[in-house]
Design a protein around this ligand. Structure first.
Ligand code: NAD
Length: 488
C-alpha cells in the first residue's frame, strides 16, 4: 500500500479513544496499514506528542480487542502519532498543518495520499471541508479521502445542505460516510451468503418468503446523550440510517463478484422501490413508542421523561416499529417489519426470514409442533446463523420436533466494525459505506414519518422499560397473521 497521512479531527474525543485508535492498532497488527503511515491528531487543547502517544496507548489498553503485549510492536505503532492544536474555525491552523504534513511527505519522498477523518460534531463538517479546500490541504499528488461520522443531517433539507457543503472540497467517490452497522462482520457477509449459496439464492424472493423481521434493540436508556437524542429520537438515531441500511443490504439482488458501483446501484434500486408513505397514513404502518419506568435486569429504572436533561413533557420517540413494502419483482407482497428501541427486554440485533408454508393449506402434516422454516442472522451481541427446520421426534414418532442448524462465531475473534471500515476506506473500497443517493432517499422515505410525528398524527405509546415495546407493535404483525419471533 502507498504511504498515507491520516488526519484526525477530534483526536481527544470519545470515539477516537474507544474505536479509532483500537481499530488502527488491530489493522497494524494484521499488517493492513501501509509501511509509511503517519497520524496527525488534531484538537483544541494543548498536548505534547509524548502525552498524546501516552493517551493513545491508554486507549489501546482499555479498548483494543487484542491485548497489547508486545512492547516493541506497540512502540512501532505509536511513534507515528503526532498531535497538533487546531481550532476548526482558525484558517491559520490549517496552513501550519499543511506545512508540517508536506515536510513529512517530502521526508518520505512519496506521493501525498491524505485521509481526513472527521470525528467531531456534524456542525463542523462544512467549515472543515471549506478550510481543507482553501488552505491547500486538499491538493495532493496522490488521492484524498474524507471519512465522516453520523448523524448525516437532521432531515432531508439539512442532509442536502451538508452534502452540498462537503462537495466544495470532495467528490462523492472521495467521501466515506460511516454507518458502523455496515462494518459488522455479519452484515458484511449477507450479500456473499445470499449470492454464493444456491440454496439461499433460489429462495430469496416473494415466492418462498412470507415476511422479514429486522430488530435492533438495546437495554440501555438515553444515557449521557440527552441533548442530541431528545432532538433525534429512534427514527433519526437508528431507523433512517442503520435500519434502512440493513434492509438494503438484505434485499439487493446482485450478480456475483459485485463491485462498489454494483452495490451502490442496487441499494438505490431498493430505496426507489420502497412504497412511499403519506403522512396521513403513517399511523397505520408505524408505531411510535417511548419508554416509561420499568425494570431492567432486576433493577428499577426511570421512564424517559424522568431522565436527566429530558423535558418532562417530551414526546420524543425511543421506539419505532414499521411495516415496509418493496414494490418490485422480487419482493412485492412480502412485508418487512422493522423495529428498534431503547430500554427493551433484550439487547439484540437480528434478522429473521420467515418462509412460507405452502403445505399448510394443501393437507400437509398438521402438527402443533410444526413451525415455519426460519433463517436467522444474529448480528450482535453474538454472531450466529441458524436455520430452523422440522423433523420427526424420535421419542414420539407421530410428532414433529423442531431442529436447528446453528453456526456461531465468537465475537472476540472477529474484527470490529471500525477495523473493517477504516481498513476499507484506506483501500478506497466504499462498498460498506452509506453513499449520498441512499442517504438522500432514506431521508426522503422517512420525511412523512417526521412530519406525522411533528403534527401528532401518530399516537405515542408508552411502554414499560424491560419489555418488548408497546403492544401496538405486536398488533402491527398480528393484522397480517404474523408475530415477532423470539420475543420472550
Ligand atoms: P466528543 O465530544 O467526545 O469529541 C469531540 C472532539 O471534537 C474532541 O476531540 C474536541 O476537542 C473536538 N472539537 C470540538 N470542538 C472543536 C473545535 N472548535 N475545533 C477543533 N476540535 C474541536 O465526541 P465523540 O463522541 O468523539 O463524537 C465525535 C463524532 O462522532 C460526533 O459527530 C458524533 O456524533 C459521532 N459519533 C460518535 C459515536 C461515539 O460512540 N462516541 C458514535 C457514532 C457517531
Amino acid at each position: 500500500m502507498e504511504a498515507i497521512t491520516f488526519v484526525l479531527f477530534g483526536a481527544t474525543g470519545d470515539l477516537a479513544k474507544r474505536k479509532i485508535y483500537p481499530a488502527l492498532y488491530n489493522l497494524f497488527i494484521d499488517q493492513k496499514l501501509p509501511e509509511s503511515f503517519s497520524v496527525f491528531g488534531l484538537g483544541r487543547r494543548e498536548l505534547s506528542d509524548p502525552d498524546f502517544q501516552a493517551n493513545v496507548e491508554k486507549s489501546l489498553r482499555m479498548f483494543s480487542r487484542r491485548k497489547v503485549i508486545d512492547q516493541e510492536n506497540l512502540q512501532k505503532f505509536i511513534e507515528v502519532f503526532r498531535y497538533r492544536v487546531l481550532d476548526v474555525g482558525h484558517k491559520e491552523d490549517y496552513k501550519t498543518l499543511l506545512q508540517e504534513i508536506e515536510q513529512q511527505e517530502q521526508k518520505l519522498g512519496t506521493k501525498s495520499n491524505r485521509m481526513f477523518y472527521l470525528s467531531v460534531g456534524p456542525q463542523f463538517f462544512g467549515t472543515i471541508a471549506a478550510n481543507i479546500q482553501e488552505s491547500g490541504l486538499g491538493k495532493t499528488s496522490g488521492w484524498k479521502r474524507l471519512v465522516i461520522e453520523k448523524p448525516f443531517g437532521h432531515d432531508l433539507q439539512s442532509a442536502r445542505e451538508l452534502n452540498e457543503s462537503l462537495s466544495i472540497a470532495f467528490k462523492e467517490e472521495e467521501i466515506f460516510r460511516i454507518d458502523h452497522y455496515l462494518g459488522k462482520p455479519m452484515v458484511q457477509k449477507l450479500e456473499v451468503l445470499q449470492n454464493n449459496n444456491p440454496v439461499f439464492k433460489a429462495l430469496w424472493d416473494n415466492r418462498y418468503i412470507a415476511n422479514i423481521q429486522i430488530t435492533s434493540n438495546e437495554t440501555v436508556g438515553v444515557e449521557e446523550r440527552a441533548g442530541y437524542y431528545d432532538q433525534a429520537g429512534a427514527v433519526r438515531d437508528m431507523f433512517q440510517n442503520h435500519m434502512l441500511q440493513l434492509l438494503m443490504m438484505l434485499t439487493t439482488h446482485s450478480p456475483n463478484n459485485t463491485t462498489n458501483d454494483d452495490v451502490r446501484e442496487k441499494k438505490k434500486i431498493v430505496m426507489n422501490s420502497l412504497e412511499q408513505l403519506h403522512k396521513e397514513d403513517v399511523k397505520s404502518s408505524v408505531i411510535r413508542g417511548q419508554y416509561g419506568a420499568g425494570v431492567i435486569d432486576g433493577n428499577p429504572v426511570v421512564g424517559y421523561t424522568s431522565e436527566p436533561n429530558i423535558p418532562e413533557d417530551s414526546s420524543n420517540d425511543t421506539f419505532i416499529a414499521a411495516k415496509l413494502k418493496i414494490d418490485d419483482y422480487f419482493w412485492r407482497g412480502v412485508p418487512f417489519y422493522i423495529r428498534t428501541g431503547k430500554r427493551m427486554k433484550e439487547k439484540s440485533t437480528r434478522i429473521v426470514i420467515e418462509f412460507k408454508e405452502p403445505l399448510k393449506k394443501s393437507g400437509g402434516t398438521q402438527d402443533e409442533n410444526k413451525k415455519p422454516n426460519l433463517l436467522v442472522f444474529e448480528i450482535s451481541p453474538d454472531e450466529r446463523i441458524s436455520l430452523h427446520l422440522n423433523t420427526r421426534d424420535p421419542q414420539n414418532k407421530e410428532k414433529i420436533k423442531p431442529m436447528y442448524i446453528d453456526f456461531h462465531e465468537t465475537q472476540a475473534n472477529l474484527p470490529e466494525a471500525y477495523e473493517n471500515l477504516i481498513g476499507d476506506a484506506l483501500n478506497g473500497d466504499s462498498t460498506f459505506f452509506a453513499h449520498w443517493e441512499e442517504v438522500e432517499l432514506s431521508w426522503q422515505w422517512v420525511e412523512p414519518i417526521l412530519e406525522a410525528y411533528n403534527e401528532n398524527l401518530v399516537p405515542l405509546h408508552i411502554y414499560a422499560a424491560g419489555t418488548n415495546g408497546p403492544s401496538a407493535s405486536d398488533e402491527l404483525l398480528a393484522q397480517d397473521g404474523y408475530h415477532w419471533w423470539f420475543d420472550q
